[in-house]
Design a protein around this ligand. Structure first.
Ligand code: ATP
Length: 262
């Protein structure tokens, strides 16, 4: 792929789950080096969109390209693709009986044949990148929530993936820890030359570090533009979402919605 080709390209994508259309006509290009925020209320389909990026969910229509290629369907090709995508899942997913360093080493042990001493050095570099080299030998229970999230981030970076996906990276964090994590997301993106997709309903913490934002609601994209354009939008969907209002044009899960899939 050429240098200016988008890292991710979604084209008229439709995603179904459980016989129901969750998202329809989703088109998005994520340029190399950018941070794109995917925003939307609970149940709007953010995790479903991520599942399509990692190949867990096949498109019902349209296409998903990552690194200039359609997301493959074969197991082996998918594993290869996923090595290039660092995922920070909701929660930390740290193994509690392993130290921070041992947690960060897991992907290196699973996917490389590097000697232990080299793995240790790489792990310390990743922990240094998130400002936590000093806690390499601490266990997750000895870390604050924000520190544990950063260790999980170091683990997601272990294999030097060009694309990072953050799924609700701020869940359970206080405002200060949230600020630290989001600044880290921006700094790592820029210093390591990454491209990042941040899926979240934490709009106000995420917009300051994002280059582009989309809002999904009612099964589709209701906004796509810069954070400044989002803040200035007077679209009723956008205003309802930004202000966290229960009543408005965004239908929440309790309301039935038409399906294409059934
Ligand atoms: N495996 C599944 N089978 C059937 N329906 C599903 C499945 N997973 C999700 N859904 C439905 O798809 C819709 C979107 O869910 P999704 O988890 O993608 O939303 P979300 O925006 O990530 O929500 P949250 O912010 O609460 O995590 C919901 O209505 C959900 O009930």
């Amino acid at each position: 792929m050429t240098n200016d080709a988008p890292i991710v390209r979604l084209s008229h994508l439709r995603l179904d789950r459980g016989g129901r259309t969750v998202l329809r006509d989703i088109s998005l290009e994520v340029p190399r080096g950018s941070i794109v925020a995917v925003l939307g209320p609970s149940g709007s389909g953010k995790s479903t969109l991520l599942a399509a990026l990692t190949g867990e969910l096949e498109p019902a229509a349209g296409s998903v390209e990552v690194f200039g290629q359609a997301v493959p369907q074969g197991r082996r090709a998918l594993l290869e693709l996923r090595k290039g995508i660092g995922v920070l899942l909701q929660g930390n997913g740290l193994l509690t009986d392993l130290t921070a360093a041992e947690n960060v080493a897991l992907p290196l042990r699973a996917h490389t044949h590097l000697p232990d001493a080299v793995i240790r050095q790489l792990v310390l570099m990743k922990l240094h990148a998130v400002g936590l080299r000093a806690v390499a030998d601490s266990y997750p229970r000895e870390l604050s929530g924000g520190m544990a999230r950063r260790v999980a981030l170091a683990r997601a970076l272990a294999l030097d993936p060009p694309l990072m996906i953050y799924d609700e990276p701020l869940t359970g964090l206080d405002p200060i820890a949230s600020g630290v994590v989001m600044e880290l997301v921006r700094r790592l993106n820029d210093t390591l030359g990454l491209t990042s997709i941040v899926v979240t309903h934490h709009v106000h913490e995420t917009l300051p570090v994002a280059d582009h934002a989309i809002v999904i609601a009612n099964g589709g994209i209701v906004f796509s533009g810069t954070p400044a354009q989002l803040e200035a939008s007077d679209d009723p969907f956008v205003r309802q979402f930004l202000n966290g209002e229960p009543d408005g044009p965004i239908a929440f899960d309790a309301a039935p919605r038409p399906t294409e899939a059934a």
